[in-house]
Design a protein around this ligand. Structure first.
Ligand code: MN
Length: 280
């Protein structure tokens, strides 16, 4: 198993603070989008990433590991919040997991940040938003294409920190030989349609360049919110070696053996996690 990844985040031209935060370190790739304004939203998302960092450097993660982290985030956010403020954070991402000797993506989500899989030239959204608009779409009240313009499109129905019991969704998907995963905040998907995300993921081989290209495109489109993207490529050595195109060569050059990054210990390596600056 080889992995390569890249990440980018931008405050955007209108917001004073970047309340998004991210972790991109195997086996975990997470985006947290804090809400609650100054001294609150960015604190909540930073707490989320600090807690998630406790899993960085492990060979694999389980849903139980992630659930322990989610509960810890919830407890710390609720403690840190000034009385009377509504503060919380989304938490969405993907981790490498194993099951019966096979490699799996563990996808998890609470809120409206998203996880997509790009495979065989097609983009599919794996996570399901916890939002008022998603509920209206599910009930057939509005069409999916109306969701973008709906006045309640930013109202989420689940988050960490806003209630006593955080309730994430989990999915376990077998890793495909050429999967490219995208984890992003709503600032990306508010500005760019799925076919625009897919075009960048198809055209830009290097995952760091792809993550930056996605964020730049969303900021140029308007950047009304903070924008964050993580792109993760995992390929078996065989599928990477078999790809004789220029993209295959680039992906080979960027890929690192997963096992060399994971030392097998369960010690937190938070210092190696990338946490974006929050006040720009
Ligand atoms: Mn946002």
């Amino acid at each position: 198993m080889h992995a390569a990844w890249g990440s980018a985040t931008d405050c955007g031209p209108y917001r004073r603070l970047n309340e998004d935060a991210l972790l991109a370190y195997p086996p975990l790739f997470v985006v947290a989008d804090g809400m609650g304004g100054h001294d609150a939203g960015e604190v909540a998302s930073r707490i989320a990433i600090e807690e998630a960092s406790s899993l960085a450097g492990r060979p694999v993660v389980t849903a139980d590991d992630v659930h322990v982290v989610v509960r810890a985030i919830s407890a710390r956010v609720r403690e840190a919040v000034p009385a009377g403020r509504t503060v919380g954070t989304t938490f969405a991402g993907v981790g490498l997991a194993t099951h019966d000797g096979g490699s799996y993506w563990l996808v998890f989500n609470i809120g409206d940040s998203r996880v997509y899989r790009f495979a065989d030239g097609a983009l599919s959204q794996i996570s399901v938003d916890h939002s008022v608009v998603q509920e209206l779409v599910d009930r057939g009240v509005i069409a999916p294409q109306e969701a973008h313009r709906h006045p309640d499109r930013h109202v989420i129905t689940r988050a960490i920190g806003t209630g006593p019991d955080p309730d994430p969704d989990y999915w376990l998907l077998p890793v495909g030989s050429d999967d490219r995963m995208l984890v992003c905040s709503d600032g990306l998907t508010d500005e760019l349609a799925d076919d625009e995300l897919a075009a960048v993921l198809a055209d830009v081989a290097d995952p760091q360049v792809a993550a930056e290209a996605l964020v730049d495109a969303a900021v140029r489109r308007g950047g009304r919110d903070n924008v964050t993207a993580i792109v993760v490529d995992v390929a078996t050595a065989r599928s990477v070696d078999a790809d004789s195109t220029a993209q295959g060569a680039e992906r080979r050059a960027a890929a690192k053996p997963w096992d060399e990054l994971s030392d097998g210990s369960t010690n937190p390596r938070a210092s190696r996690a990338r946490v974006p600056e929050v006040d720009r």
